[in-house]
Design a protein around this ligand. Structure first.
Ligand SMILES: [Zn+2]
Length: 303
């Protein structure tokens, strides 16, 4: 019988004890814990873990272990799920599992509706504290027990369209402006985004002319796929790490997630994207600004 509610919260805060126990279990089973996150688990009364999110790799090299990454990357269509509150403070909860994208690299996090025993609240943001993701609520509730979470699908879609659009824009800038790198990005839920490029010599009119080629790529229905490569391969392959400001998204096993758009582009990224460019509305280049001597800021929006 797993501990739930207040008891779960209590045991979750004894994570140090559970973590040691958990490390032992993994070592016995031939796994080495890279990023233990025992606080994200469902506990038995004796403090042992029933299930948890645990980053491991096999120390038996013959065994190919599937290392957990973001649930939203493994199951991008999972927008509704049941879970359990395993830690709570006024206005925030830690969930046993979560399919929300926590944001990062300029992308805003997912939002969701959380239905609990006494009603519903909005998850409006996510705050990472170490390995623990606190889901922030729009009310100062202190919750426990089983909950249902429904991710805001329209917001996820808007962000994925824009994020895919920024990759296309980035690819065209990289190709046409001598390997210019990204110095910053912001992808918003209101259908707007901006990208900053290290482009000291660029003509703003030439940048503005990229709007039509970006939309051509969208219309050409290129498949977007994701896979993981070793950090060594990511660093040694030219053009794979495209950002000067954002490190490639960390994964527990030291691999780097690659997002590939047809034969146009591939680059390291941990965000949410479409699976085909044709799923996107067209984009418009709304504004180009000079930010300092080297940087050009390109603002785009979904039409
Ligand atoms: Zn991306």
């Amino acid at each position: 019988m797993p501990v739930r509610g207040r008891e779960a919260r209590h045991t979750a805060f004894r994570a140090g004890t559970a973590r040691r126990w958990h490390n032992q279990q993994n070592e016995q089973n031939g796994y080495q814990v890279v990023r233990p996150s025992a606080a994200q688990g469902i506990f038995y009364q004796d403090g042992s873990l029933k299930e948890c999110v645990c980053w491991v790799y096999s120390v038996n090299s013959s065994e190919d272990i599937k290392v957990p990454h973001y649930l939203c990357h493994e199951q991008p269509d999972l927008l509704d799920f049941e879970t359990t509150v395993i830690a709570s403070r006024p206005g925030a909860v830690v969930l046993a599992r979560s399919a929300l994208h926590p944001g990062g690299g300029g992308q805003v996090p997912d939002a969701a509706t959380l239905t609990h025993a006494h009603g519903a609240a909005r998850i409006t943001g996510i705050a990472a504290e170490g390995d623990v993701l606190w889901h922030l609520l729009d009310e100062p509730l202190e919750l426990s027990g089983d909950v249902h979470v429904a991710i805001d699908a329209a917001r996820r879609s808007t962000v994925a369209q824009l994020h895919t659009g920024t990759h296309i824009l980035n690819a065209l800038v990289y190709q046409r402006f001598a390997g210019a790198l990204v110095t910053g990005a912001q992808i918003n839920a209101d259908g707007t985004a901006r990208m900053d490029f290290d482009l000291p010599e660029a003509d703003n009119d030439a940048l503005r002319l990229l709007e039509e080629p970006v939309n051509e790529v969208i219309r050409s229905a290129m498949d977007v796929r994701t896979y993981y490569v070793s950090a060594t391969e990511a660093k040694s392959t030219e053009g794979l790490i495209r950002s000067l400001s954002v490190a490639p998204p960390p994964t527990p096993d030291g691999t780097v997630r690659i997002v590939e758009i047809g034969d146009l582009d591939r680059q390291a990224c941990g965000g949410t994207h479409l699976t085909n460019t044709a799923q996107s509305r067209p984009i418009r280049i709304a504004k180009i600004e000079n930010k300092g001597r080297r940087n050009r800021r390109v603002r785009i929006e979904l039409v």
